[in-house]
Design a protein around this ligand. Structure first.
Ligand code: AMP
Ligand code: TRP
Length: 337
């Protein structure tokens, strides 16, 4: 805290697919940890989701479901600003201004764009390309100091920093230059069936991922059938061969807040089977209350709407203030209202 003012934390998750334990361990666990000491803004970034084709009805459902999962993992709506990106005017407006400062070269270096656009049959629309500018706007609109994200978003936060610095240099000090908060362990949880690929909430098939609201029987089955190797020892070691067991140890360690070395000691002389059985119990125990709370909240849309109204209204006040400052700085004539 500086001058009695809390520092600002902001992050967002796309309402596409099902939130996974990767999202939880890489990002949401930090959202929860940080909620007491900072002013926090956590969004569901529905506009980002439109960069790939979405079924409108499903998108509406998933957007509310992510809000319900935010609350279900432990974010208190009284302590945090929980809101939907499209409920606040300013994100897309700022995107235009910042887009006029962002080089095509910078955007084409983004790994997420390269990955998404190189998938067979991908439709590469302009939104997919300019997506990181919308993310920069999300962050800079609220003067966020810190952005808790998983490893894959680090590059986007770095681009945000570059854009902020460029704007500040050209138009005088305006934006806080944000820093990412990336967990030391668990910033990249891998697919259980292909531990060399990131666990993703939108890949089809899905046997390699665990959603926060999956059925407990499915959760247990997926852990027990996770790919490991032909070895015996439960050890965190480098190398592609060991990626499966390394990933399971990371999940176990993060869900129980136990150092990996302690887990290695605990499982000396035991086999992968025992280890996976225990881990399956742990994951089920962790997720069951989240799933139940989510299901209850989804039956109470009035409550969710109250939370969202409050979140959007607080965010909108901040967004107007920043947007009018930016408009003034770049030389747009202030509208008289
Ligand atoms: P997304 O699913 O792309 O909307 O990501 C939401 C947040 O979860 C971002 O901060 C990501 O970096 C993080 N995240 C997504 N997948 C993983 C994963 N497999 N491991 C760790 N963090 C992840
Ligand atoms: N691009 C992020 C992702 O895919 C989601 C996101 C959008 C975000 N706006 C943000 C994350 C602002 C942090 C801050 O995961």
């Amino acid at each position: 805290m500086e001058n009695g003012k809390k520092k600002i934390i902001l992050s967002g998750i796309q309402p596409t697919g099902q939130l996974t334990i990767g999202n939880y361990i890489g990002a949401m666990k930090n959202f929860v940890r940080l909620q007491n000491d900072y002013e926090t803004l956590y969004m569901v970034v529905d506009l980002h989701a439109l960069t790939v084709p979405q079924d409108p009805k499903e998108l509406r459902h998933k957007t509310l479901s992510v809000i319900a999962q935010y609350i279900a993992v432990g974010l208190d709506p009284d302590k945090n600003n929980l809101f939907i990106q499209s409920h606040v005017t300013g994100h897309t407006e700022l995107t235009w201004i910042l887009g006029c400062l962002t080089g095509l070269g910078e955007l084409s270096r983004m790994t997420q764009f390269k990955d998404k656009s190189s998938k067979p049959g991908a439709s590469i629309n302009a939104g997919l390309f300019t997506y990181p500018i919308l993310m920069a706007s999300d962050i800079l609109l609220y003067n966020a100091d810190f952005v808790p994200v998983g490893e894959d978003q680090k590059q986007h936060v770095e681009l945000t920093r570059d854009i902020a610095v460029k704007f500040n240099y050209r138009y005088s000090d305006t934006f806080t230059v944000p820093e990412p908060i990336i967990p030391k362990s668990g910033a990249r949880i891998m697919d259980l069936q292909n531990p060399l690929a990131k666990m993703s909430k939108s890949d089809t098939g899905g046997t390699g991922r665990i959603a926060l609201i999956d059925d407990p029987n499915i959760v247990a089955k997926r852990i027990k059938s996770a790919v490991t190797d032909s070895g015996m020892e439960i050890k965190f070691s480098e190398g592609d061969e060991k990626a499966g067991i390394r990933n399971l140890l990371t999940i176990y360690s993060n869900l129980t807040d136990t150092p990996v070395s302690e887990l290695e000691d605990k499982y000396i002389g035991k086999g992968y089977g025992d280890f996976k059985k225990d881990l399956a119990d742990i994951v089920v125990e962790k997720l069951t209350p989240i799933r139940n709370k989510h299901d209850d909240l989804m039956k109470n849309k009035d409550y969710l709407e109250t939370v969202l109204r409050k979140g959007a209204s607080a965010a909108q006040d901040k967004a107007w203030r920043m947007l009018s400052k930016v408009y003034r700085k770049v030389g747009l004539v202030q509208a008289s209202r």
